[in-house]
Write a protein that binds this ligand. Structure first.
Ligand SMILES: C[S@@+](CC[C@H](N)C(=O)[O-])C[C@H]1O[C@@H](n2cnc3c(N)ncnc32)[C@H](O)[C@@H]1O
Length: 271
């Protein structure tokens, strides 16, 4: 099985701090909170302690909060720079039992050492990593082996159908937008290199092939990427944007044009 190429890991290593800054920015916080608003109800459903694998968990945006809530979390990432930031944040923000709830490990789901963890996890997070992976289908298939039969995978990917709209509005460049229609690979502004963007149809087909039924589709950041930084930096502006996004996140057709698609999917045998 393929590990991510050294060049990809190098980019994430180098740009870990940039990513953390993005997470703290108004748009980054909207992404985290909107994805979290989809996960929260699932976590609260049975009140159980979940065993969570955060694949490509980065600087711990989701892992730390899950650990804080009492869930047992394994954050897995191939980039040391990301892991260092996640560990430093955990030392600052988590205390006592919550800190024990979090394990941080260098690697990917395709690592042999994970074989012993087959069907161990009730929830697997796969948030914004398939854009950068060489073998995204392989990653989803591996995740299916790791998640238990009544478990759940939470997948976030950049939405291909959002890209032309973002470009024409934000760059005022219809020619550039036209080039992006149906284009699966785009330059990555945050990390350099390239990233793959997914149509809803494509990611659902991939999940299906891996053994998941993905019917809970949410659209993360439908409108707020078109707002000014000034407005989003003000607390009331951010709160209003969040309220609007929460309203649109499950609405058709709005969610289909969101910046990110968030899909909560269960193994086939559970549907
Ligand atoms: C955009 S960041 C997302 C981090 C985190 N999931 C989040 O949502 O905040 C992408 C992460 O995926 C990791 N990554 C890249 N290729 C990977 C692969 N093939 N397998 C697992 N993780 C990978 C990177 O090191 C990086 O930390």
């Amino acid at each position: 099985m393929k590990a991510p190429p050294a060049r990809v890991v190098e980019l994430f290593d180098r740009d870990a701090l940039n990513f953390e800054e993005y997470l703290q920015s108004p748009l980054g916080r909207l992404r985290t909170e909107l994805v979290w608003s989809g996960l929260g109800p699932v976590l609260r459903q049975d009140g159980a302690t979940h065993y969570v694998l955060d694949v490509g968990g980065g600087t711990g945006a989701f892992s730390l909060r899950l650990a804080q809530q009492g869930h047992r979390v394994l954050l897995l990432d191939p980039a040391q720079g990301m892991l260092d930031l996640a560990t430093a944040k955990a030392e600052r923000e988590l205390t006592g039992k919550a800190r024990d709830n979090l394990r941080v490990q260098k690697g990917t789901v395709t690592d042999i050492s994970l074989r012993s963890l087959s069907q161990q996890f009730s929830i697997v997070l796969c948030h914004n990593i398939l854009e950068y992976a060489v073998g995204p289908q392989l990653i989803l298939s591996k995740i299916r082996q790791l998640v238990c039969n009544d478990g759940l995978v939470s997948v976030v990917v950049a939405n291909r159908d959002a890209e032309p709209l973002r470009t024409v509005v934000n760059k005022q460049d219809p020619d550039a937008a036209l080039q992006l229609v149906d284009k699966p690979v785009h330059p990555s502004t945050l990390f350099g290199g390239y990233r793959r963007v997914y149509s809803l149809h494509e990611i659902l087909a991939m999940l299906d092939e891996a053994g998941f039924s993905g019917r809970n589709v949410r659209g993360v950041r439908v409108a707020c990427d078109f707002l000014s930084q000034n407005l989003l930096e003000k607390r009331e502006g951010w709160n209003s944007a969040f309220a609007l996004e929460q309203e649109l996140i499950t609405r058709t057709p709005h969610k289909y044009l969101a910046r990110y698609l968030h899909i909560l999917a269960r193994p086939h045998n559970q549907s």
